[in-house]
Design a protein around this ligand. Structure first.
Ligand SMILES: Cc1ncc(COP(=O)(O)O)c(C=O)c1O
Length: 395
């Protein structure tokens, strides 16, 4: 789809879509099939040899999944995309493609708990070393680079302390050092942040979150250059097999059509909730990149558009005990992990999403015992605020 002709909202609806000529299905069909029939043995052999385009087997490609991939590539301003059965499927595929025994990764220190567990567990077991550094300090990232460093990894805003990484500086460091940069864009989605526009090489998503948007599926996406995506499909997806099913791909295609509308509301609601929390006496600190008090507020203004995302984390003056009371007393807000759904979700990272880290690791990653994470939903903002207010007032 020609980007110069169409706005993001239009591309979210039209990019990658196909209409079936016969019988003229308007919406992309769900090709709920494991395999595809060949006309004869010669055609089968040609498809396997890559001499004829066409589908073979859904682990290697599926028309519904392909529409999703093309739409996501378009929205992230990437050459191509590949879908996975989960966000961790996409993240692990990027590492598996780029790393071998003896290699080294520099990662920012505050990242999603399972990504941290993957880097410190399985990757180390496979002979890959990792150094964690403060993602807000580009010089610390530079200093951690070694001759064997093969990946620079970041998440922004970071899960869950909302620290913001300078995408342009990170990409430039990667270019200068000849090291690929990977960014997890789950927290923002391409409606608010497009890391490839700043020079980042690879973007990964938990599509489970804002991309799907309705909390009803698990999926992942990786976007990047055509060559890299082709390598990941051929070398990792085909043989490791964290494939996305056609029905979940179809739900994602449907979700993406309303992404710009949903994100606009998530962003507006989160801003209002962050301002409310900042002014409430029971709240000690609010981490939201849209508040001028956030240390990287100016940077967020530069690299985000249309708002500052729907994720907030905050600490209560009463610490962990007050946090427990809050989580157990909210009514409209749902006590659940995950994010980016229609409803507001509230959780406690230290005992939930980041429980893969021990106390020292949590402290080093800036995740306090009293930190609470909120995924602000699409309800009326007054109702979200009133629910939080009655629980906070009671502390
Ligand atoms: C920032 C981030 N990245 C990756 C993931 C993993 O995604 P999935 O659960 O789809 O595997 C999550 C899940 O919460 C996440 O929050």
């Amino acid at each position: 789809m020609n980007e110069e002709k169409s706005h993001f909202e239009t591309r979210a609806i039209h990019a990658g879509e196909m209409h079936m000529a016969d019988p003229g299905s308007h919406v992309v069909p769900i090709y709920q099939t494991s395999t595809f029939v060949f006309e004869n043995t010669e055609q089968g052999a040609r498809r396997f040899a890559g001499e004829e385009p066409g589908y073979i087997y859904t682990r290697l490609g599926n028309p519904t999944v392909r529409v999703l991939e093309q739409k996501m590539a378009d929205l992230e301003n990437a050459e191509d995309a590949v879908a996975f059965g989960s966000g961790m499927g996409a993240i692990s595929a990027a590492f598996l493609q780029l790393l071998s025994a003896g290699d080294h990764v520099v990662s920012i220190k505050t990242i999603y708990g399972c990504t941290y567990a993957l880097l410190t567990g399985m990757m180390r077991r496979m002979g890959i070393d990792v150094t964690f550094v403060d993602g807000t300090d580009i010089e610390a990232i530079r200093s951690a680079i070694r001759p064997e460093t093969k990946v620079l990894y970041g998440e922004t805003p970071a899960n869950p302390n909302m620290a913001v990484l300078d995408l342009e500086a990170f990409a430039q460091l990667g270019r200068e050092s000849g090291i690929p940069t990977i960014i997890d864009n789950t927290f923002m989605s391409p409606a608010t942040q497009r890391p490839l526009d700043w020079g980042i090489d690879v973007v990964v998503h938990s599509a489970t979150k804002y991309l799907g948007g309705h909390g009803d599926l698990i999926a992942g996406i990786l976007v990047g250059s055509s060559d890299f995506v082709a390598e990941v499909k051929e070398d990792v997806l085909k043989d490791v097999g964290a494939v996305l099913g056609p029905f979940d791909a179809w739900l994602l295609i449907r979700g993406l059509k309303t992404l710009p509308l949903r994100i606009a509301r998530h962003n507006e609601n989160a801003m209002a909730v962050a301002e409310f929390l900042r002014d409430h006496p029971a709240v000690a600190e609010v981490h939201y990149p849209g508040l001028p008090s956030h240390p990287q507020y100016r940077l967020s203004q530069k690299q985000n558009h249309g708002g500052f995302g729907g994720m907030i984390s905050f600490e209560l003056s009463g610490g962990i005990e007050a946090g427990r009371k809050l989580l157990d007393s909210v009514d409209l807000c749902t006590l659940a992990v995950s994010l980016g759904a229609c409803d507001t979700l509230i959780q406690h990272p230290a005992s939930m999403t980041h429980s893969t880290m021990d106390e020292d690791q949590l402290r080093a990653s800036g995740i306090g015992p009293g930190l609470i994470r909120l995924s602000v939903g699409l309800e009326h903002r007054d109702d979200i605020i009133s629910d939080l207010k009655s629980s906070l007032d009671a502390l």
